[in-house]
Design a protein around this ligand. Structure first.
Ligand code: AVJ
Ligand code: FE
Length: 464
């Protein structure tokens, strides 16, 4: 069954390195990933003053100083205590940084570590981790196979770095983050791509740092469908807005319309009127809308309404993943649309190198073999699938990462955004959120059933 999955994937690469006794390569990679994540956390927290670090910029976000110490606390729990078997650094603060004990809106009132304490705490934890990394034996336990626990913690820190970037976007005040603009479009990309009917392998059983909800790899059979060659752009979305899309319940689900009315939605989050036009406020700067850029900061309900207005629908998660991973020549599933190789700056807009999505057509090297563009990076893409475990799902290493979120409340998003680090982004990676959320870097693309072949015009009058 999953033999078509990753014949040459990085899964095997790392695995082979390990078998050959070359744990040094893996140790080097882990060191680099942890260091890169920490540099990002530091950049995001050093950019603002102490007052900004401890205050809450939105009731749905944590104070930045909570994210920072929470990252250190997870690292302490899993790597210092569990993997390393060492004494706690600070067992007295576990409760404060347990995301399940205190909802985000309550976090500023907790006796949190202050900025100075939090910085010194995460540094102490990291020193111990780098010390134990030197002597760790990766073969000893499942948690350590291919360095999984370290990979999980690097991904966790990068996930919070994306959350912190979303907090920065919500922050009011003069701009503190800067980045060069993303590359411009170099190829025209429009219309839809036909994905032929057939089975493909969804998820993975071999990618060493894939998280539990991405496993196991399993065959999924799909009828033919059409999927947009690119994410929905600001220009396209603006046509929906200008056509009165936000005022017409016809396009919205019942829950969507209720929310649209309660929250008084009229446009994507962070859009601002600029005379007769729209612009957006991004990280403290106003700019006019760039028409061919993917729309960002829309919720699931808005994405669904747009798709209905356009006469289409959102893709299911399986449709998104087949478009992103299925290789029509070999039938196997790749790690990324372009192949199995790690993302480079030519492939995708990832890693907070830029602070906006890139225009459609900016990443021809990142396209899938069938010509679907920008599946990875730019914007997270809402899918029509609620978050569920795959057949054979087993929580690992803890139920609170994924399993407790399974069910109809959360919708799956795919592909990562400009704020997502490559270590936390793959063709199999699954994100999820509530359908009303739009502070994340979320956009979408549409799909539709391929349906029976259309008759050519000369055939239209005939009946059989
Ligand atoms: C996968 C982004 C939904 O931020 O809630 C961070 C990742 N889990 N700490 C989240 C996560 C625990 C998670 N998402
Ligand atoms: Fe977390």
């Amino acid at each position: 069954m999953s033999h078509t999955e990753e014949l040459t994937g990085t899964g095997e690469r790392t695995g082979v390195a390990e078998l050959a006794g070359s744990g040094e390569r893996l140790r080097g990679r882990i060191h680099a990933e942890l260091t890169r994540a920490r540099r990002r956390s530091q950049l995001l927290t050093d950019a603002v003053d102490e007052h900004d670090l401890v205050r809450q910029h939105s009731p749905i976000m944590s104070p930045l100083v909570w994210d920072l110490a929470h990252v250190g606390n997870q690292e302490e729990l899993w790597l210092v205590r569990d993997v390393g078997g060492r004494d706690p650094v600070r067992s007295d603060i576990d409760d404060l940084y347990d995301a399940f004990k205190h909802p985000r809106r309550d976090r500023p009132a907790l006796p949190l570590l202050g900025p100075v304490e939090a910085r010194s705490y995460v540094a102490t934890v990291r020193d111990k981790v780098l010390d134990l990394l030197d002597g760790v034996r990766f073969g000893d336990r499942r948690l350590l196979a291919d360095g999984f626990a370290f990979g999980m913690i690097a991904q966790h820190e990068q996930q919070h770095d994306e959350t912190m970037l979303a907090t920065h976007q919500l922050r009011v005040g003069p701009p503190v983050l800067t980045a060069p603009p993303p590359p411009r479009a170099t190829v025209p990309v429009a219309g839809e791509v036909l994905i032929p009917a057939g089975a493909f392998v969804m998820g993975t059983s071999t990618d060493p740092w894939a998280l539990d909800n991405e496993r196991p790899g399993h065959r999924v059979e799909l009828p033919a469908y059409l999927i947009d060659a690119a994410p929905v752009t600001n220009a396209a979305y603006l046509a929906f807005v200008a056509d009165g899309g936000y005022a017409d319940p016809r396009w919205w689900s019942e829950a969507g319309w209720r929310h649209r009315c309660e929250a008084d939605l009229v446009a994507p989050m962070h859009w601002r009127r600029d005379g007769a036009d729209w612009g957006y406020l991004r990280f403290g700067r106003f700019s006019p809308l760039i028409p061919d850029e993917p729309v960002v900061h829309v919720g699931y309900h808005e994405a669904e309404a747009y798709a209905a207005w356009a006469g289409k629908r959102l893709p299911t998660e399986a449709e998104w993943e087949k478009a992103a991973r299925w290789d029509p020549d070999t039938g196997r599933s790749r790690r990324y649309p372009w192949g199995d190789g790690e993302p480079t700056p030519e492939h995708a807009n990832l890693g907070q190198r830029h602070l906006t999505p890139a225009s459609v057509g900016a990443y021809p090297a990142g396209a899938s073999p069938l010509g679907v563009h920008q599946l990875i990076g730019d914007v997270w893409e809402w899918t029509s699938s609620p978050f569920q475990g795959y057949p054979g799902f087993a929580a690992f290493p803890y139920r609170e990462y994924s399993e407790v979120f399974f069910g109809p409340r959360y919708q799956v998003l795919r592909g990562g955004s400009f704020g997502t680090d490559p270590v936390a982004c793959r063709g199999t990676f699954r994100n999820w959120d509530l359908p009303i959320r739009r502070q994340i870097f979320s956009g979408f693309r549409c799909a539709r059933d391929a349906g029976p072949e259309r008759a050519y015009p000369g055939d239209l009058g005939r009946t059989r």
